[in-house]
Design a protein around this ligand. Structure first.
Ligand SMILES: Nc1ncnc2c1ncn2[C@@H]1O[C@H](COP(=O)(O)OP(=O)(O)OP(=O)(O)O)[C@@H](O)[C@H]1O
Length: 359
């Protein structure tokens, strides 16, 4: 059972509460991506799991064993750092062997494991090089290989792609997924990048101010965000948000009245409706849509951006910016131009209501 269990974990630095009674289970062989804004406590959590920091309260269990007070070496966990943290004066081979030497593994086991791992990670021809003689992508492969060679129960990754350029990042994502299939290691992967989280996580945990505010699959977070924060975090271009103003018993944005069944609580201090850019259907005036539809938006196109098979329209509606993404094939011909009036419609199930949250 190579799982990771975190129970009610807290960490305070003086008055700063970096982690606030956080609980999370990563099941054996699962990949959980951990996302959140800068300063929300992601690195602190990894440091507590790996034993580089001690917890103020709570427990960390690895493979069923309580390791809350164990030294880093006795935790059966390995970590890959953002800056790779390879030893510059040691060759790739020496970097790979160091952890196993600390474990006092026999020389034959070390050599066999290095040969196997170098093969799996495509590092065989690089074994005698020093880190400075490697490209960023190669250094990253060595860093992950060094973490996995000890066959830890749990692998922690702290922004492992952030020092790679966009192209390499994508290649490395596939590589890491392939290695995960091969090794089946339980993984907790910290990232700032929503796209990376959706690729890498079987489940994604969203952190805000030292707590997990939502844990679920990429689909759950995208289609059923538990808060405005989660809704805004996932999706590119991001969700459109429209502030609602109370007018008697109606809720409006500009002159537009939202349907009555967009039910905002009587005591809500403020509310917003969120609509994903791809939730809009598009038509030119006078075609197709029924004017009786309560969710028609008459907008003006400000700019049009071709994104390969998709089209992105930046529009103005009720003095608000509104972004629409549509498949080119599903768009009316001729394609809309800037300055055109367009009619958009959404389905009620694509409206996300957020009450009383600050952007
Ligand atoms: N050694 C420390 N002493 C005091 N405060 C600290 C210390 N380490 C972290 N903090 C504080 O704890 C909070 C969480 O920091 P942490 O580094 O875990 O955030 P993070 O989510 O990893 O941020 P980033 O994405 O920017 O790396 C922050 O408010 C930070 O200032």
């Amino acid at each position: 059972m190579r799982s990771l269990e975190i129970e009610q974990l807290s960490k305070e630095y003086g008055k700063v509460v970096a982690l606030d009674q956080l609980s999370l289970t990563v099941h054996e062989g699962e990949r959980v991506a951990l996302v959140g804004a800068s300063g929300c406590g992601k690195t602190t959590l990894l440091r507590l799991i790996s034993g580089l920091e001690t917890a103020s309260h709570g427990k960390v269990k690895i493979a069923g064993k309580d390791v809350t007070n164990a030294s880093p070496r006795n935790r059966d966990v390995a970590m890959v750092f953002q800056d790779f943290a390879l030893y510059p004066s040691q060759t790739v081979k020496q970097n790979l062997s160091l952890g196993m030497q600390f474990q006092h593994q026999p020389k034959k086991v070390i050599n066999d494991r290095i040969a196997e791992t170098a093969e799996a990670f495509n590092l065989t021809v690089l074994l005698d090089r020093y880190p400075e003689q490697l490209s960023g992508g190669e250094q990253q492969r060595v860093a992950v290989a060094r973490a996995l060679i000890r066959q830890p129960s749990v692998l922690l990754l702290d922004e492992p792609f952030s020092n790679l350029d966009a192209r390499l990042r994508e290649d490395f994502r596939f590589e890491l997924l392939r290695l995960h299939q091969q090794f089946g290691t339980t993984m907790l992967h910290v990232t700032h990048d929503q796209n990376e989280a959706m690729w890498m996580g079987n489940r994604i945990a969203v952190m805000e101010a030292g707590k997990i505010v939502q844990l679920g699959t990429a689909d759950e977070l995208y289609y059923q965000p538990a808060s405005r924060f989660v809704a805004a975090f996932f999706g590119s271009p991001p969700m459109n948000f429209f502030a609602l103003n109370r007018n008697g018993d109606r809720w409006q944005t500009g002159d537009f009245c939202w349907p009555m069944d967009v039910a905002v609580s009587q005591d809500a201090s403020g509310a917003e409706v969120g609509i994903r850019p791809e939730a809009f259907q598009i038509d030119l005036p006078g075609e197709g849509f029924s004017e009786a539809d309560p969710l028609l938006f008459h907008a003006t196109v400000v700019s049009v951006h071709a994104l390969g098979p998709q089209l992105c329209l930046q529009c103005e509606w009720q003095k608000e910016q509104l972004c629409v993404i549509c498949d080119r094939s599903a768009t009316t011909r001729p394609l809309p131009l800037s300055g055109d009036d367009v009619t958009l419609r959404v389905s009620k199930q694509d409206l996300h209501l957020f009450e009383g949250e600050q952007p």
